[in-house]
Design a protein around this ligand. Structure first.
Ligand SMILES: NC(=O)C1=CN([C@@H]2O[C@H](COP(=O)(O)OP(=O)(O)OC[C@H]3O[C@@H](n4cnc5c(N)ncnc54)[C@H](O)[C@@H]3O)[C@@H](O)[C@H]2O)[C@H](O)CC1
Ligand SMILES: [K+]
Length: 495
């Protein structure tokens, strides 16, 4: 089976680099391999004889640029190189690499990018430390304005490697070649949108080293969770596949619960029941067939229902209303220690009250699925959770704080577990931004947990399957379609 795809932060990558050097591969050799990968990648974008302009920065990213420039010159390209800063400021491996470039070292300020068939952006990589200003900023602006194809070395200059944020301005790359593994910025927005297709070049940093220095952050693909997916055997019975309970809102707000319930059923929950306020029983009954329906009046009603241990997974939040009653229902659910997915109103009801949720979810598999607005409302007054620039860091801290798996939704949904594992999703589609889409996601995750899938794997799989279903439909997608598309996605996954 293919291993999950590791993603390493800048500092983890530096440690992996250092360990590789200590194990006997000199730094300059790693840089030569990196530079060769850049040259090989450039050859896919330009033909011998073409004019290539390399913009090199003051650090090792610039060093990679020097190596690539010399190789491409040898391979018959017309190569010019402009340096940001002066050659005497180059140090270590980058200074060594510069010795192999026999052409002129121009000032990056003096280069005209308009005549280039290809620009190689080797200004900054993982060492970017602050916003781009002055000459660096101008160089990036002029590269972008040239309209010429740009190959970014490691990552587009100006993008923060760990958060994917634009530090003032950033190169809009046509393609990016990175080394050993992808970094968070290749998956997180807005960085992902600046990279173009990302190529990962093997420069000889071993899998064991990458695993030892990273090992907790992943790209969210099936390789991460496919082993945990339920595969019903011939003898399996609906009662063994769990029973998901979804709480419905009042008479005019019942659709959300039914969307979640339908998704739970489609993902394989053996049984699904909508728990409905008495006044909404009629409208729910008119719309449910395979899904069961029970009257449930507020927190007391929920408490009574949960005396039945067969309800092993629970969705609370969609259209429940923002008030103390919803908070009380969450308290009942937490006390009952069932698998739990909380979304929407269940999260917003705790606006400014996050301390009530401190450690609350550590006793049972629990998943919170906020979007940015809900996350910021829930954790307002907790700068340590809301302020970090990196989405991964924010989600990890929220997971550690609450004891729940946290899914922070968006074009680059991040899922994190209290134990520090995190995954970045990248198969999302803008079509998923439609009313009721989040309700469906809750149902998928709860339906997987009902079948015994652990919370982190259920959240990661739910997010991926949800996105895959949305992408398979495309334009015109409405939330009602999503659950119906799940069987096709599952069929491919379980093949
Ligand atoms: N295993 C690998 O991944 C390898 C990666 N290599 C390349 O090395 C860079 C990282 O190199 P590093 O020297 O640490 O950082 P940078 O080159 O990105 O930049 C540091 C350099 O830039 C200055 N600086 C930082 N921010 C700014 C700013 N906003 N304005 C101006 N100057 C700034 C800083 O002071 C330093 O001088 C990695 O990305 C790979 O491309 C190696 O080749 C080995 C293998
Ligand atoms: K770069």
């Amino acid at each position: 089976m293919t291993a999950p795809e590791l993603v390493l932060t800048s500092s983890e990558m530096r440690q992996a680099d250092r360990a590789t050097i200590e194990n006997g591969i000199p730094g300059i050799e790693l840089m030569r391999r990196a530079g060769r990968a850049v040259a090989d990648s450039a050859e896919k974008l330009a033909a011998p004889g073409d004019r290539i302009i390399v913009a090199a920065g003051p650090g090792q990213n610039g060093g990679d640029g020097f190596i690539a420039a010399a190789l491409l010159f040898d391979r018959g390209y017309q190569v010019s190189l402009g340096l940001l800063g002066t050659p005497d400021r180059l140090a270590g491996d980058a200074a060594e690499a510069a010795k192999g470039w026999y052409g002129k070292v121009e000032r990056v300020e003096d280069l005209s990018f308009h005549g280039a068939d290809l620009i190689i952006d080797a200004l900054f990589g993982t060492g970017l430390a602050r916003d781009l200003e002055g000459a660096a900023r101008l160089a990036v602006e002029r590269m972008n304005a040239s309209g010429r194809p740009i190959l970014a070395v490691d990552l587009p200059s100006g993008i923060d490697g760990d958060s994917g944020a634009v530090r003032g301005v950033a190169v809009k790359a046509t393609r990016t070649v990175t080394f050993a593994v992808r970094k968070p910025c290749h998956l997180l927005m807005p960085g992902r949108a600046y990279c173009g297709p990302v190529e990962v070049a093997d420069i000889g940093i071993g899998g064991d080293t990458l695993e030892a220095k990273g090992g907790t952050l992943f790209a969210n693909h099936a390789t991460l969770w496919t082993h945990a997916l339920p595969r019903p055997g011939l003898s399996s019975h609906k009662y063994e596949r769990g029973h998901t309970l979804v709480a419905s809102g009042g008479a005019t707000r019942t659709g959300a619960a039914r969307l979640a319930a339908r998704a739970a059923l489609r993902i394989g929950s053996g049984l699904v029941t909508v728990a409905s306020p008495p006044e909404a029983l009629g409208v729910n009954a008119a719309h449910l067939t395979a899904i069961m329906l029970r009257g449930c009046d507020g927190p007391e009603g929920l408490n009574t229902m949960l005396q039945d241990q067969r309800f092993n997974s629970l969705v609370l939040g969609p259209a429940l209303g923002i008030h103390a009653g919803t908070r009380a229902m969450v308290a009942v659910a937490v006390h009952a220690r069932r698998s739990l997915v909380l979304d929407a109103d269940a999260l917003t009801s705790f606006e400014g009250l996050a301390t009530e949720l401190h450690g609350a979810f550590r006793h049972a598999p629990s998943v919170l699925t906020p979007h940015d607005g809900e996350f910021n409302r829930l954790f307002k007054g907790h700068p340590d959770l809301v302020d970090p620039a990196s989405k991964i860091e924010r989600v990890r801290r929220a997971a550690a704080y609450t004891g729940a798996v946290v899914v922070l939704k968006g074009a680059d949904t991040v899922i994190a577990a209290p134990d520090g594992r995190a995954a970045i999703n990248e198969n999302g589609t803008p079509y998923l931004a439609t009313a009721g889409s989040g309700d469906t996601l809750c149902g998928l995750i709860a339906g997987l947990m009902a079948q015994g899938v652990p919370a982190f794997e259920a959240a990661c799989a739910g997010v991926w399957i949800h996105a895959e279903a949305g992408a398979s439909f495309g334009p015109g997608l409405i939330a009602e379609d999503l659950a119906e598309l799940v069987p096709g996605v599952l069929r491919d996954l379980l093949r």
